[in-house]
Write a protein that binds this ligand. Structure first.
Ligand code: GTP
Ligand code: MG
Length: 234
């Protein structure tokens, strides 16, 4: 019997009874982001988000992270000690758009900004660039601290397309074992990160020059005539 209950334990999500709320938190937050995105696209003709992805951290990864951080493997650690059970990544074409998204997110009602990290102005030593926000969302459902209405954390990562493709490649390095020329790869990655950062800045400057000449009338920044450029990627 003891064995059976242990097995049941293993099957239960680390998020426990709060598991079903996480998708709602994700959807609510995504919805709030799309509201300002659509408003700005309409009013200013600017596409602040090239695309986005959103995820709930899997049970397995969350358990692994609790262990790695020396936390008890339970719902409280997953939802209150760690803050990335819900994650959204916003990818923008230009650096200025990343910062405009940050500004707009700060203004969203029912969101409290818990922490921000600017790895764009202060790149990590390996070359990683991205803007991270930890936010707390007021919800209509209970949380693990016994608050009702409760509050749920989410991590929002904001970056340019260049930063995103770099991060995806660098991420692969962490999961590959027995790579013989790691030192060279790390150095090449760093070089690419710096070159991409420089290109991102040049692209921004070129865009600014174009807009200096052409003004900021509606539609000028919606490139190629597409109506919808923000779409979920799972
Ligand atoms: P964890 O890294 O999640 O334990 O938390 P932290 O306190 O170090 O937060 P940080 O804001 O530094 O990182 C949060 C997330 O950003 C990570 O889980 C990754 O998804 C991403 N990230 C941070 N640093 C890197 C990096 O060097 N390379 C890549 N590819 N992603 C990174
Ligand atoms: Mg980290």
């Amino acid at each position: 019997m003891v064995k059976l209950s242990n097995m049941e334990d293993e099957k239960t999500s680390i998020y426990g009874e709060f598991d079903p709320y996480l998708q709602k938190v994700l959807d609510t937050l995504t919805g709030k982001i799309l509201i300002y995105y659509n408003r700005i696209r309409k009013e200013e003709g600017i596409d602040l988000i090239e695309h986005f992805s959103a995820r709930i951290k899997s049970d397995e990864s969350m358990r692994e992270k609790c262990v790695r951080k020396g936390l008890p493997v339970n719902a409280h650690s997953a939802l209150k000690e760690l803050t990335d059970s819900v994650g959204i990544r916003l990818i923008s074409g230009f650096i200025d758009d990343v910062y405009r998204n940050v500004e707009e997110i700060r203004k969203i009602p029912d969101i409290r900004i818990v922490k921000e990290k600017d790895y764009i102005r202060h790149a990590k030593e390996n070359g990683y660039r991205s803007y991270h926000m930890i936010v707390a969302l007021k919800t209509p459902f209970p949380d693990v601290d016994g608050n009702n209405p409760g509050e749920y954390f989410a991590e929002i990562q904001l970056r340019t397309i260049a930063m995103d493709s770099w991060a995806a490649l660098e991420h692969k390095l962490k999961y590959k074992k027995n790579i013989s020329n790691t030192k060279l790869i790390v150095a090449e990655l760093k070089r690419c990160a710096d070159e991409m950062a420089s290109t991102d800045m040049s692209m921004q400057t070129i865009r600014d020059l174009i807009f200096e000449n052409e003004g900021r009338e509606f539609g000028i920044r919606s490139t190629e005539g597409y109506n919808e450029t923000a779409s979920g990627r799972g």
